[in-house]
Design a protein. Structure first.
Length: 591
């Protein structure tokens, strides 16, 4: 086994890999950019090296520097995580040719074969795996694209060879759109993946995205760990992933799993990988292979009990997979929620900021993969991920019930997150039924529902809006029962006479902490429920102590004492005996 592994990545995936190393007794080396000096992955590692300025091209993508650091640190392996250099065959080849350092991933040859989409399609065809109808050769000419449009029927997709995550993919609905789409797919391919070669596929109407996790060792063993359903997508980007898929039956599951194994075996593939398929009308079609660990590997780990990252390290070190295909069983159901610093009400625009409050959920069935803590900055230099919440239950329904609970208890203040979106999905009939396809969100999601979700479940605007905090939260006990009340600042201004001076003068209040406390606690005490005032126990101008009864409120056939949570002077009493009050009505104002 390795002695020291350099993790060429950052954030949660770097920590995930280091956790597996730690459990195997392997020392860990982090790399970081200037922007990540305080990064969670840096703190986690046994040692850490600065590899350059914030832009990824100058740090996390700097192949030469990373290999130099690995040598300097005495690392005997490099794990790339996902993103950055993870699917870069050239980097893998450089690592392979560096003495004493092993690449934790498939061979550079296998990466090259399966990383190019047309080459991968050919490999799959030779392994008898059905592929999405389309070309296995690059296409250069608009006329040829139009002929293919005729042949398959529109819509078709023009895809960049190196593309992924929806980038470099253009959907064409008619002959007239071909020229522009071809040009822009080539442009995007060149810009994002350094490769302007494109090919053509039939664009399926409303498929499911089903992907199969595979693990292969250097001794010819290939296993699949079942499928993940990543059909809930926004603009071709996955947002919630789950395992197993709610739409596969046992036969189709076995067939797809088998196809995935045949395909990667054909490419002499080793280590972990994902074979992606589209499934429509009970038929499945190969789409592409991801030659790395994926963001959503976690849900497979939860339902199989197999630690995929641990196996990545073990097979890279030459070990044999210690289980047969029949040993792999799927138990329960898991879902992963990507918790991103994005505002769902603003087209999911990234919202960098500070995690002023960060209180993640806990308890049974909850796993959190993250590398952040309260007070950390989510910067704008890399992706917007804060962490991944993974929830497991006995079956899908149980998993979704648990997910509701976990998301409700995930408290983040200081920036917008995707939590309101996830909570909306857990009330969404189509998602809950499991019938959603990859088209669902883009065609059906209502922007006003997103606005409402963010309003209801998003960060507390009054807390984070420093320009004018307009409310204070107070805890009040009514008959020994605790209520949290929100006191509007406007109501605090009510004090009659004003002999004690306004809040403007509070800076000059002498007497230290007790004076400060009083000011902070002053304000309107409001009714927590609708009811009738049976008696008022205090009068204007009276000094009252903490715990003193202010009034008695009859509500829900019970008498409730409203008790002052702090001491103070009664500035006004807008209610009197016999009044009926609504929830939120002011009962007294303290100053
Ligand atoms: P990835 O994001 O997995 O790297 P792609 O960019 O190839 O892969 O595909 C992303 C998503 O685009 C898929 O999950 C699917 O929703 C959609 N997609 C890709 N190809 C097709 C197709 N031929 N027909 C319908 N949808 C497609």
């Amino acid at each position: 086994m390795f002695e020291k592994v350099l993790v060429a990545n950052r954030g949660e995936i770097a920590v995930r890999v280091m956790a597996a190393c730690e459990e195997l007794g392997i020392e860990t080396v982090a790399i970081y950019s200037d922007a990540d000096r305080d990064g969670g992955h840096v703190a986690y590692a046994d040692e850490a090296y600065n590899v350059g300025p914030a832009p990824a091209s100058d740090s996390y993508l700097d192949q030469e520097t990373i290999i130099e650091v690995a040598e300097r640190a005495g690392a005997d392996a490099i794990h790339p995580g996902y993103g950055f250099l993870a699917e870069n065959a050239e980097f893998a080849r450089r690592v392979e040719s560096t003495d004493g350092i092993t690449w934790v991933g498939p061979s550079s040859d296998a990466m090259e074969t399966l990383g190019e989409k047309t080459a991968a399609r050919s490999v799959m065809e030779s392994a008898d795996v059905p592929v999405v109808p389309g070309t296995t050769e690059p296409v250069d000419d608009a006329e040829e694209v139009r002929e293919l449009g005729e042949e398959y029927g529109y819509p078709i997709a023009i895809k960049a060879e190196g593309g992924g995550g929806g980038r470099g993919m253009k959907i064409v609905h008619s002959d007239a759109e071909v020229d522009d789409a071809l040009e822009s797919a080539k442009r995007e391919g060149e810009a994002y993946f350094g490769n302007d070669s494109v090919y053509v596929e039939k664009y399926l109407d409303a498929p499911k995205h089903i992907e199969v996790q595979v693990l292969a060792d250097q001794h010819g063993n290939v296993r699949h760990l079942g499928e993940r359903d990543c059909s809930l997508q926004r603009r071709h980007q996955k947002v919630i992933e789950e395992a197993p898929s709610p739409i596969l039956d046992a036969d189709l599951r076995a067939e797809i799993g088998d196809a995935a194994r045949r395909g990667v075996r054909e490419a002499d593939y080793t280590n972990a990988g994902t074979v992606e398929f589209l499934v429509e009308d009970g038929e499945f079609y190969f789409m592409e292979v991801n030659t790395r660990i994926q963001v959503e590997h976690t849900v497979t780990e939860e339902v199989t009990g197999i630690d995929i990252v641990r196996w990545q390290l073990r097979v890279a070190a030459g070990e044999e997979l210690g289980f047969e295909q029949d040993d792999v069983t799927i138990e329960g159901h898991a879902a992963e929620y990507r918790i991103n610093a994005e505002n769902p009400a603003e087209e999911f625009a990234p919202t960098p900021g500070t995690l002023e409050t960060y209180r993640p959920p806990a308890s049974i069935g909850v796993r959190l993969d993250h590398a952040v803590g309260q007070g950390d900055e989510i910067g704008g230099d890399y992706d917007s991920m804060i962490g991944k919440l993974i929830v497991t239950g006995e079956d899908r329904e149980h998993c979704l019930d648990r997910s509701k609970r976990a998301l409700e208890h995930f408290e983040i203040e200081g920036l917008h997150t995707t939590i309101p979106f996830h909570r909306l999905m857990l009330d969404d009939e189509t998602f809950v039924s499991g019938e959603h396809t990859t088209k669902y969100l883009d065609s059906e999601l209502d922007a006003t529902d997103l606005d409402a979700a963010v309003e209801q479940w998003g960060p507390d605007q009054t807390d984070s809006d420093s320009a004018g905090a307009s409310a204070t939260e107070l805890a009040v006990e009514v008959d020994g029962k605790r209520f949290d009340v929100v006191v509007e600042d406007g109501l605090q201004q009510v004090p009659s006479g004003g002999s004690s001076g306004g809040s403007d003068s509070s800076g000059g209040v002498s007497g230290g902490s007790s004076g400060g406390q009083q000011t902070a606690a002053a304000g309107a005490v409001t009714a927590e429920m609708q009811g009738t005032i049976l008696s008022v126990e205090v009068a204007e101008g009276e000094q009252i102590a903490q715990g003193e009864v202010i009034c008695v409120l009859e509500a829900m056939k019970m008498e409730n004492d409203v008790v002052a949570s702090t001491s103070g002077t009664v500035a006004s009493v807008p209610v009197s005996e016999g009044d009926s009050v609504d929830m939120g009505d002011t009962l007294i104002v303290l100053e």
